[in-house]
Ligand binder design. Structure first.
Ligand SMILES: Cc1cc2nc3c(=O)[nH]c(=O)nc-3n(C[C@H](O)[C@H](O)[C@H](O)COP(=O)(O)OP(=O)(O)OC[C@H]3O[C@@H](n4cnc5c(N)ncnc54)[C@H](O)[C@@H]3O)c2cc1C
Length: 306
């Protein structure tokens, strides 16, 4: 019910205008999204990097349904990478890319070609690209494209979602030398046939996957705000004798900033995922609709900085 209301609101331009102009929304948006323009992304990146945090930037875009839209997204990333390098913000800042924004839904080859151009630009800017993971129908295609990209760009990062039953096995496959793997719980509504449904099962899977990645040869990127999982990550770093530059913690922009600072203070590498772009309304509403529990997630972030 709540989901249908949020989805309806996400499609209504009247509600969008209302939300976009309300003083409260401006604060909410500013808290979770860097801004609409590349300049905003650079400004927030500079602030975070000066504070000792590394960054991954995500350009928010409308759903990509034509090759022209996919090219526009690609070009935005090429511009962003050039400007990050010019500003001296690489390699501290890298980029996160959704293959759906590059055309994956209607032309996998086009998505691959666009991603390859972004990886080449990241190499030139002396930084890296991570491929965000979307719903489970895209997992095989995304991992196939990752494998192809890694032939020429071995530092391309993967994302694995602990809620998927297949992920332990994917972790084993990807825990190899030099392999950058972000482990998150997973943000989409998935059926029981492919995904654990209870928070407890997802957390247990996260720990099993974390153990595989932290004991392996790759570069784990532990993306979570969950205090218990962060503390298990710290524990495994000691247990497996991992140097601070051999793995990292990741959190979303605006969520638990004080915890991000605490981890930096402890000497860990921390990366903040920073979305920017003018499609912030769709982004926030879709995240809420995908998982109405995200309403509590954002509300908690507004109430607490810890
Ligand atoms: C860097 C990054 C990249 C991501 N990339 C992807 C991706 O590519 N694909 C994908 O599907 N998902 C992605 N996600 C989203 C992820 O899958 C989860 O949906 C999201 O992170 C929420 O899960 P959680 O692990 O933070 O814990 P949750 O289950 O949301 O929260 C667990 C506990 O953490 C604490 N907590 C959580 N939020 C707050 C808060 N705001 N304030 C205070 N305490 C809080 C509370 O104690 C809470 O009980 C990404 C997340 C991050 C951080």
């Amino acid at each position: 019910m709540l989901r249908s209301v949020i989805l309806a609101a996400s499609r209504s331009s009247r509600v969008e205008r209302l939300v976009a102009t309300a003083p409260f929304s401006r604060d909410v948006v500013r808290r979770f999204v860097a801004g609409a323009q590349t300049d905003d992304a650079l400004r927030v990146t500079r602030e975070l990097v000066d504070g000792g945090v590394t960054v991954t930037l995500d350009h928010l875009g409308e759903d990509t349904v034509t090759p022209e839209q996919a090219t526009t997204v690609r070009d935005e990333y090429l511009t962003l990478l050039r400007r990050l390098a010019e500003a001296g913000l690489t390699p501290a800042a890298e980029v996160s890319v959704k293959l759906s924004a590059l055309g994956q839904a209607f032309d996998e080859q086009l998505a691959y070609d666009n991603a390859r151009a972004i990886c080449a630009a990241a190499d030139a800017a002396r930084t890296t690209v991570t491929l965000d993971m979307e719903d489970h129908t895209t997992t095989d295609s995304t991992l196939d494209i990752l494998a192809k990209l890694r032939k020429d760009h071995p530092s391309t990062g993967a994302v694995l979602q602990a809620y998927l039953r297949r992920t332990e096995s994917d972790c084993r496959d990807l825990a190899t030398a030099g392999s950058r793997v972000r482990l998150c719980k997973g943000a989409y509504k998935e059926p029981e046939s492919v995904a654990y449904q209870s928070a407890r099962e997802v957390d247990k899977s996260y720990v099993r996957c974390l153990n595989i990645l932290m004991s392996g040869d790759g570069y784990p990127m532990l993306a979570t705000h969950d205090p218990r999982l962060i503390s298990i990550g710290e524990d495994r770093a000691r247990w497996f004798d991992r140097a601070p530059d051999s793995f990292e913690f990741q959190m979303l922009y605006g969520i638990r900033p004080e915890e991000q600072d605490r981890l930096v203070g402890e000497g860990y590498t921390v990366r903040t995922y920073v979305p920017y772009g003018d499609d912030w309304y769709g982004y926030l509403m879709r995240r809420l609709a995908e998982r109405p529990a995200n309403l509590a997630f954002f509300a908690r972030a507004l109430a607490s900085r810890k």
